[in-house]
Design a protein around this ligand. Sequence first.
Ligand code: PRP
Ligand code: MN
Ligand code: MG
Length: 176
Amino acid sequence: PRLRGRAVKRVAFDEQAIATRVRELGDQITASYPDGELLVLGLLKGSFVFLADLVREIKRPLHVDFLVASSYGAGTVSSGNVQLVYDPKTELAGKHILLVEDIVDSGRTLQVLMDLLRERKPASLEICALLHKHIAEHLSHPVKFVGFDAPHEFLVGYGLDHAEDFRHVPYVASLE
Ligand code: PRP
Ligand code: MN
Ligand code: MG
C-alpha cells in the first residue's frame, strides 16, 4: 500500500496484534499498582493513540495528564535537542507516575524527561512504551512495560509520524 505518496514497505504490527498486546499491557499494569495514586502521563504527540487504548485496559483508578516534547521535527533522525513544550500542571510528588511513550529509539527523549520528572519526587516512576528498538544508549532507566521489540526501521502509524503524516493509520508500518 501507499500512504500519501510514500510507499509502505511492510506492516510491522497490525491492528489485531496491537489490540491483543495492549490488553496484556493493561492487565500487567493493573496488577503492578495494587494501591496508591496512579498518574498516567502521555508523551505527546506520538503516544496519543496508544494512551487512549491503554488506559481503557487498566482496571484501577487513575488520572491522565500529558507532556509535550519534540526532538525529531521533520527529519527521520533525532536531533537530540529535546524541547518540553507543555509541562503537566498536576502535582507529581507522592504519586505513581507511569510515562507512556509510543517508541523508544535513541532514548534521548525519555532520558531528558525522566531526569526532569524524578526531581519532582514521585512515589515511583516507570515507563510504558508500545515499541522499543533496544538501541537506546542514552537511557539509564529500564523500560518496565514494553509492547513490542521494534525492527530497526523508521516506523509510522498508530500515533507515530513522519513529518506529521501517518499518525492516524491504525497499524504500525515501516516506510520505504
Ligand atoms: C518521537 C517518538 C518518541 C521519540 C523517540 O517523537 O514519538 O517520543 O521520538 O525517539 P528517541 O528515543 O530517539 O528520543 P518526536 O520527537 O518525533 O515527537 P512526536 O511525538 O510529536 O512525533
Ligand atoms: Mn514522541
Ligand atoms: Mg515524531
